[in-house]
Write a protein that binds this ligand. Structure first.
Ligand code: GYE
Length: 628
């Protein structure tokens, strides 16, 4: 019998045995009845393999988490790294009648279609660890591997402290997406430090041995190397042992990533002084089960993505890190006090957002000190200082613009008051300085992409170049910058369209009116499409166009962001053509995050809200379902 046949038979045997082991019960009813009827929900867990440490840890932690819930059971399948088997496993789980699927995909691209099939069959899907393409899933929970690379870069740059040096980056190959993103993040920091020379060594795979062999063979060039960034702690261990073999273990600092706790894993390597630091790659099992319960109970405002926070674990802070991760969470029982600095009342979206936050504070029995800044950063900064003096438990800010917050955020940090960014965000530098605890809001770039994709797919060019007028939000506000960036990312592939005029309307009705009026004062109307960063500016533009006998929605196509009820009414009137959703109703998720924060739970890096896109064709049906 040929080797190939033998391998095929072994694979089939593995598939058969693992499938049999998994299907100990034939029907969902038997599984439910086997638990004295307490079980309400069956959650299927499709794991790519049970070989990689991270994946084994995910299943173990999921099983540990559900011990706290007597109304759910999980059924786990092991795809043994085979895409075909993972598809089969999912079909079996669907046939079993699971209520929700948690999946860590073998391959993001190959599994996208199968996951969409489950999602379209109205079985909620939580994708973990590796984000699939598109948005055909309920919730994604995982780390940001680019940030992991940035954190490693920042640690090494701080170690060099401006002095010249050389760093060797050891890249694994098995996990192309993660490794590629970690490298992109690491390179982005190294590029900002020209004094540090970076060289990259691609390994055969993620194993310790491949790192050992590669570093051992590195020979003379190792002599100039001052630090190594290893894309996993296995690679870090292999590098350490090779350096030790060459007597260089005390001259070259190693930074790893993943941060598991077992012997010879990241934490152990840091505690034993074998590596300088490791960047944790969080698992998210607790978040997965908590959100699974929200989804199964049809809670509103469940986010679309939860990006988990990675920690830089060093020989200095490793014990604190472990205390934080092992801390038991107890609800303080006392009334939490939140200071909220809100942008203002500039738009329908803002009013809905404020209302959602106030309502949620009542539901969660949280005392909310809400300050409205009327779009003034100075007033927001004053409000934050007032919250610090008040000694609130948590400060929440919707920053009118991205920059200018570092000083007051440092004051809050010094006062030991965590700060959550809501709706809008601050600069990358403030985030990297750990001045904020978490961000909850939308993916503004994706909103911009969706707006231009809709134009590309629905506004047929009837001339050489279609002229776009852009109504921008506040200059320097994250939604303004990112909605434009996302829009232009798609626009650059569509040469038949061009933005010929942009101006800032500050998200207000009057702002939209003013821009159209000023354009008409300067030029004869020749605009084919208006792209408005929010509905209020779009509605102001519509008002002004009509005054000049120009038919909005017909003579000029209009695409807006927010998707408030007013936008749906304008679409029903045929005056607006498309509304990209930006969901303001996330008060419950915000207050849940605040409660978790105060109870000591590690917070996600980002919580991204769920949003869709609507056009005239669905406006009539959808308006009655709109929450805001
Ligand atoms: O689009 C607009 C509001 O920050 C996402 O601000 C929010 C934006 C929203 O005024 O209507």
């Amino acid at each position: 019998m040929s080797k190939r046949h033998l391998i095929l038979i072994l694979c089939l045997l593995t598939v058969g045995i693992s499938t049999l082991l998994t299907w100990s019960r034939n029907t969902k009813d038997e599984a439910l009845n086997a638990n004295e009827g307490k079980v309400e929900y069956i959650i299927g867990v499709s794991q790519a393999n049970m070989r990689e440490k991270w994946r084994v840890a995910l299943v173990e932690e999921l099983e540990k988490e559900i011990q706290g819930y007597d109304n759910i059971r999980i059924i786990t399948t092991d795809a043994t790294s085979s895409v075909e088997k993972q598809k089969l496993d999912i079909s079996h789980l669907m046939g079993f009648g699971i209520d929700l699927l948690i999946i860590s995909p073998c391959d993001e691209k190959e599994m996208t279609e199968k996951i969409k099939e489950v999602y379209d069959s109205n079985i909620p899907v939580i994708v973990m660890d590796r984000a699939i393409e598109g948005f055909d899933y309920t919730l994604y929970i995982g780390p940001d591997n680019t940030v992991i690379g940035q954190q490693a870069g920042n640690y090494i740059a701080a170690m060099f402290d401006g002095k010249p040096g050389k760093v060797l980056e050891l890249q694994g190959n098995n996990l192309p997406i993660q490794s590629e993103e970690r490298s992109i993040g690491f390179a982005s920091v190294m590029d900002a430090h020209p004094e540090i020379e970076r060289s990259v060594l691609k390994l055969q795979n993620e194993s310790k041995d491949s790192a050992y062999d590669a570093v051992l063979a590195a020979g003379e060039e190792l002599k100039e190397v001052d630090a190594i960034f290893a894309h996993s702690d296995y690679i870090a261990l292999g590098a350490y042992e090779a350096l030790k073999n060459r007597g260089l273990e005390n001259t070259i600092a190693i930074v790893g990533s993943d941060g598991f706790k077992e012997e010879d894993e990241g934490i152990d390597l840091v505690q034993s002084g074998r590596i300088e630091a490791t960047i944790s790659c969080p698992i998210g099992a607790r978040e997965a089960i908590e959100y699974a319960m929200d989804i199964l109970k049809n809670e509103t405002g469940v986010p679309k993505q939860v990006i988990l926070r990675s920690y830089t674990i060093t020989q200095k802070n490793v014990e604190n890190y472990l205390d934080k991760m092992n801390a038991t969470y107890e609800d303080s029982g006392r009334k939490i006090v939140v200071g909220y600095s809100q942008v203002g009342q500039e738009s329908q979206w803002r009013l809905a957002n404020t209302n959602s936050i106030q309502t949620a504070a009542d539901i969660f029995n949280i005392r909310l000190l809400l300050e409205d800044a009327n779009q003034s950063q100075e007033r927001q900064i004053e409000a934050i200082r007032g919250f610090i003096r008040e000694g609130v438990d948590v400060i929440v800010v919707s920053p009118v613009v991205e920059t200018g917050w570092d000083e007051v955020l440092r004051e809050a940090k010094a006062a030991g008051i965590p700060v959550v960014m809501s709706d809008r965000n601050v600069t990358q530098e403030d985030i990297e300085e750990d001045l904020i605890t978490t961000y909850i809001g939308a993916d503004f770039k994706e909103e911009g992409r969706r707006a231009m994709r809709w134009i590309r797919d629905n506004v047929e060019p009837d001339k050489k170049q279609m002229k776009i007028l852009q109504l921008q939000g506040n200059k320097g506000a994250s939604p303004t910058e990112e909605r434009q960036e996302g829009f232009e990312e798609v626009l650059k592939e569509c040469p038949e369209y061009k933005i010929v005029y942009s101006d800032h309307g500050n998200f207000t009705f009057e702002g939209g009116q003013k821009i159209v009026r000023e354009y008409l004062n300067q030029y004869k109307w020749d605009i084919d499409i208006i792209y408005a960063h929010n509905d209020d500016m779009a509605l102001g533009a519509i008002e002004e166009l009509k005054k000049h006998g120009i038919k909005p929605g017909e003579d000029v196509k209009i695409v807006s962001v927010d998707a408030t009820k007013a936008a749906f009414l304008a679409m029903i009137e045929g005056e607006l053509n498309c509304a990209v959703e930006c969901n303001p109703v996330f008060g419950n998720q915000l207050m849940k995050a605040v409660r978790d924060l105060v109870s000591g739970k590690p917070m996600p890096f980002k919580i991204i809200t769920e949003e869709k896109i609507y056009d005239e064709s669905v406006a009539e049906d959808m308006i009655k379902l709109r929450e805001y």
